[in-house]
Design a protein around this ligand. Structure first.
Ligand code: SF4
Ligand code: SF4
Length: 108
């Protein structure tokens, strides 16, 4: 089970925070323009994460807490790369979705 990834059966952080980043990041990563929306003149966010009710990233596939995937994983923006299983953001997102806390694990 060395390569067990708890994120594949979670997805909570993709449906809890606004995933915003400097607008040029989307272009440099090759993120399809249709998956992002403007926040202000300098920032964009993943579509679906800029709202309060029903917040969920447009790129998240599957059912939260069961089986999920990111349809743009290789191009995912920096905020997605910063959350680590078991860190404070992870714990907050999982709690908001009624999922148990994870122990923090060393990075890859
Ligand atoms: S980082 Fe935490 S909240 Fe985000 S998908 Fe992974 S386990 Fe879930
Ligand atoms: S781009 Fe992928 S990793 Fe980032 S919030 Fe959306 S589904 Fe999650």
């Amino acid at each position: 089970m060395a390569d067990f990834n708890p994120c594949q059966s979670c997805g909570a952080c993709c449906a809890h925070f606004r995933v915003s980043f400097y607008w040029a990041e989307a272009e440099s990563l090759g993120l399809p323009a249709g998956l992002t929306e403007p926040v202000d003149p300098w920032h964009a966010c993943m579509k679906g994460t800029g709202r309060r009710a029903g917040l969920r990233c447009i790129a998240l596939q599957g059912e939260i807490g069961r089986e999920v995937g990111c349809s743009v994983y290789p191009q995912r923006p920096s905020p997605c790369r910063e959350v680590e299983p078991g860190d404070a953001h992870c714990l907050k997102a999982r709690a908001a979705h009624g999922l148990p806390a994870l122990a923090q694990r060393p990075g890859p």
